[in-house]
Design a protein around this ligand. Structure first.
Ligand code: BGC
Length: 268
């Protein structure tokens, strides 16, 4: 039984049409939050998540915005405030990979990943922080004036050859999250990251799509299973709740032990 509630709180989840974002949106809704399902050009599948939330008695709507586009982000917040008045929870989730060996990586591959994964989180966090500071704490909803949850990765600490753009973006998310947390704590705003390991979603289909690839992946996961979007969703909902009221400025890894250097389980 869930002992906390996000009832009466408004959440924005970026990239919520699929993968981890969808799992997070569903769990926030289950905990009682209203959820804005952000997507970029995936209106039909985003609507399926909206429908699923509505069928379970929750409230949601979908909105297109490229998180790396300032005007689109501001338009999304304007629509959210028009419908629901304010925001309580931002889950900065939208992210992508454009994998390439360094020597072959194009500037476009580099910039696309930095723009979405890092600049996108900055733009969405800035708008949320402005509103949290303007509004302050509303005690009947939460002890905090607002919560920002950044979707990072084990690759904020595990270097990743062939994915230099992605690992760099997540290392950046870590320092952005910590700096924002330090700056915003006096305003009673909490900022935290989740560092997922391998979660079974479209972004890493290549890593689990065949029995061979899954077996190879499992050698990197001491707990010996791939994660599911609802694992991350439950953590995000809890982190957004007052049960986690004293947590700010840190990354919670949820990775089945991927960050434990599994290669050193014996003699190395
Ligand atoms: C990446 C996945 C990868 C996982 C573990 C995630 O951040 O997006 O592709 O499977 O890290 O390496």
């Amino acid at each position: 039984m869930i002992t906390y509630s996000l009832q009466g709180q408004n959440a924005l989840v970026t990239g919520a049409d699929s993968g981890i974002g969808k799992g997070v949106a569903l769990e926030l809704a289950k905990a009682g939050a209203r959820v804005l399902i952000n997507h970029v050009d995936a209106q039909e599948i985003a609507q399926l998540t909206v429908d699923e939330i509505a069928a379970a008695g929750g409230e949601a709507f979908e909105f297109h915005a490229d998180v790396s586009n300032e005007a689109e982000v501001q338009a999304m917040y304007a629509e959210m405030f028009k419908r629901w008045g304010t925001i309580d929870i931002l889950v900065n989730n939208a992210g992508l990979q454009r994998d390439s060996r360094l020597v072959d990586m194009t500037l476009e591959q580099w910039q696309t990943v930095i723009n979405i994964n890092l600049t996108g989180q900055f733009l969405c966090a800035r708008e949320a922080a402005r509103e949290f500071i303007r509004r302050g704490v509303v005690e009947k909803r939460s002890k905090a004036a607002g919560k920002i949850i950044c979707m990072s990765s084990v690759h904020e600490v595990i270097p990743w050859g062939g994915h230099v753009n992605y690992a760099t973006s997540k290392g950046g998310v870590m320092m952005m999250m910590k700096s924002m947390a330090q700056e915003l704590a006096p305003h009673k705003i909490r900022v935290v990251s989740i560092g997922p390991g391998a979660i079974q979603t479209p972004i890493n289909h290549g890593a689990w799509g065949t029995p061979e690839s899954l077996n190879k992946l499992l050698t990197l996961i001491p707990y010996n299973r791939i994660g599911q979007p609802e694992d991350i969703g439950r953590l995000a909902a809890w982190l957004a709740s007052d049960e986690a009221d004293y947590i700010t400025g840190t990354t919670i890894f949820m990775d089945g032990g991927m960050t434990l250097y599994p290669g050193f389980a014996d003699n190395g």
